[in-house]
Design a protein around this ligand. Structure first.
Ligand SMILES: *[C@@H]1O[C@H](CO)[C@@H](O)[C@H](O)[C@H]1NC(C)=O
Ligand SMILES: *[C@@H]1O[C@H](CO)[C@@H](O)[C@H](O)[C@H]1NC(C)=O
Ligand SMILES: *[C@@H]1O[C@H](CO)[C@@H](O)[C@H](O)[C@H]1NC(C)=O
Ligand SMILES: *[C@@H]1O[C@H](CO)[C@@H](O)[C@H](O)[C@H]1NC(C)=O
Length: 497
């Protein structure tokens, strides 16, 4: 491979032989000509999150007329970017996914431990109260011949996401007493979070029996309401297409690249991953690359589950928002989206520390058209990069010909066969100005097939994406440029869709 210095010397010779545009080409460190982007990547609006946490009401429990053993409802979004809502994950995502995904209720913890009593019920004769709390899942009734704690916790083991049960008698409920087949008034309610006796706020007091003549309808009441929770919680399963970066800690990320937040009705890492995948695109930052999920305690009570999304990958070093006012951050975890593309930001090319370029390096191969020269190159030069110092260039770097170049990763991408992926990149075709760049064009090829691309001039790095399907080992390439209609490429990713 020729050295960078040699390439430069060669380029200098070639430029005099060609250069119809009069534009100083990239090989000569020509001006990038980009509309200045003075965009500081946003950080979370913690005031808005805290304010919304004060408004949202996710407290729930079995209603008097609910059927026992109903399937656990899919996780819902209770607030999106500060606006209260009640929507499914699918409806809350900006991009319409082509397939509807099954959301698994994320496991807040796996059960490898026994249950312990979190709070006891009041003595049998006294009126008590049941939980009215976040992350309510479903309920059953257990045989009421005895105060059947074991049957209740054993049932919790069968409910995905169940980490706590609330066991209590409910009296004067006509459906429990006469209608439902179980003929038991001993309710066992499953929760996906651990709650305290301070949250026993449902005292009953509702009319369930029918009015007969002028008789007073007896109102429901609750006795012996106890709480049983898993002794230890383990990490949830990592969502498909992601890797755990940190957690659990008591700090939420306060990191750049923030795209917004959603509140979930459960601590559901899969739901947060689906929101990140469907989040849409920040025009300067690109697609969602990372999420931070955490539980908000408000006045000590589990209140909501925050899913914050980022276009930049964060880590534990910025997980320093511990809460504010009466809000405390707990169970904070960060997950990064796995990238099937190695070095899509071209930062791996380090041939110099200021300005240099090459036709290939360890992670990427550039190929010129037959008879072409420097039609595909990789630059180390911060002013040409979207982020960092590396970028790729299609179109003869020295303006020596008007032929297309091809860049491709040095090795095929390792993917999951049959899985949907999305190729995301930023491209810039403004180097030589609107007139010379008008015919600019780049095609994105996946195993040789065109799956997307960009054409025409633009004035700054602009986002482009293409949907593809993995085959297990995939060849990605970008083909285009025709000097002086150069195309710069940077910050590419291949994410599971
Ligand atoms: C949300 O909407 C669903 C479906 O319309 C409804 O069953 C549920 O009660 C609503 N939840 C809240 C908290 O409004
Ligand atoms: C997204 O889906 C909704 C409802 O199915 C539809 O009305 C809308 O046109 C879709 N938007 C896009 C961009 O496909
Ligand atoms: C069990 O529940 C049924 C149905 O509510 C009720 O009729 C019965 O009296 C209860 N038995 C006991 C021992 O509490
Ligand atoms: C209820 O109705 C019965 C017969 O209709 C009557 O004898 C009784 O006084 C009524 N009780 C009250 C409290 O109104």
């Amino acid at each position: 491979m020729p050295s960078a210095t040699r390439l430069l010397a060669l380029a200098a010779l070639l430029v005099s032989a060609s250069a119809t545009s009069g534009v100083t080409p990239p090989s000569q460190q020509g001006s990038f000509n980009q509309t200045p982007q003075d965009v500081t990547p946003p950080t979370p609006d913690n005031d808005l999150i805290a304010q919304t946490a004060g408004q949202v009401d996710q407290k729930s429990g079995p209603s008097i007329d609910a059927q026992p053993n109903a399937p656990v409802a899919a996780t819902t979004v209770t607030a999106l970017d500060g606006t209260l809502t009640n929507t499914t994950i699918a409806d809350a995502t900006a991009a319409n996914s082509t397939r509807r995904r099954d959301i698994n209720i994320g496991r807040f913890g796996k059960r490898q431990s026994k249950y312990e009593q979190v709070f006891a019920g009041l003595p049998a004769g006294q009126h008590d109260a049941s939980l009215q709390s976040s992350a309510y899942l479903t309920y059953t009734v257990v045989n009421n011949a005895t105060y059947n704690v074991d049957a209740c916790t054993a049932w919790c083991d069968t409910i995905e996401g169940c980490v706590m049960v609330n066991l209590y008698y409910e009296f004067n409920n006509e459906l429990l007493d006469f209608v439902f087949s179980e003929k038991s008034n001993l309710k066992c309610a499953a929760y996906g979070d651990i709650h305290s006796a301070a949250e026993k706020t449902n005292f009953g007091g509702q009319a369930s029996y029918p009015q007969v003549g002028n008789e007073t309808v007896p109102l429901t009441y609750i006795t012996q309401s106890s709480g049983w929770a898993l002794k230890a919680l383990e990490d949830p399963d990592t969502p498909d297409g992601y890797e755990l970066v940190f957690g659990p800690t008591g700090g939420a990320n306060n990191a750049p690249g923030y795209m917004g937040f959603a509140f979930l009705d459960k601590y559901d890492v899969d739901a947060c991953a689906a929101l990140c995948n469907g989040r849409g695109v920040d025009p300067n930052g690109g697609g969602c690359a990372y999420f931070n999920i955490w539980r908000a305690l408000v006045d000590g009570i589990p209140t909501t589950y925050t899913c914050s999304m980022y276009f930049l990958v964060a880590d534990v070093s910025t997980a320093v928002n511990y809460g504010q006012g009466n809000l405390v951050v707990t169970l904070s975890r960060g997950y990064a989206r796995k990238d099937a593309l190695i070095d899509g930001g071209f930062e791996g090319y380090a041939g110099c520390d200021d300005f240099c370029f090459t036709t290939s390096y360890s992670n990427w191969i550039g190929t010129s058209s037959a008879g072409g020269n420097l039609d595909a190159t990789f630059f180390f030069y911060q002013p040409y990069a979207h982020n960092g110092h590396g970028s790729a260039l299609l179109g003869a770097a020295a303006d020596a010909d008007a032929l297309a170049g091809t860049i491709a990763p040095a090795a095929p991408l390792v993917t999951e066969s049959g899985a949907a992926y999305v190729v995301q990149c930023f491209t810039y075709s403004g180097f030589s100005g609107a007139q010379f760049e008008a015919p600019a064009k780049v095609d994105i090829l996946w195993n040789g097939q065109r799956v997307g691309g960009v054409s025409g001039a633009n004035t700054k790095y602009t986002f482009v994406e293409a949907a593809v399907t993995g085959t297990g080992s995939d060849h990605l390439s970008f083909v285009g440029g025709a000097a002086p209609a150069w195309i710069f490429i940077d910050d590419c990713h291949v994410y599971k869709a």
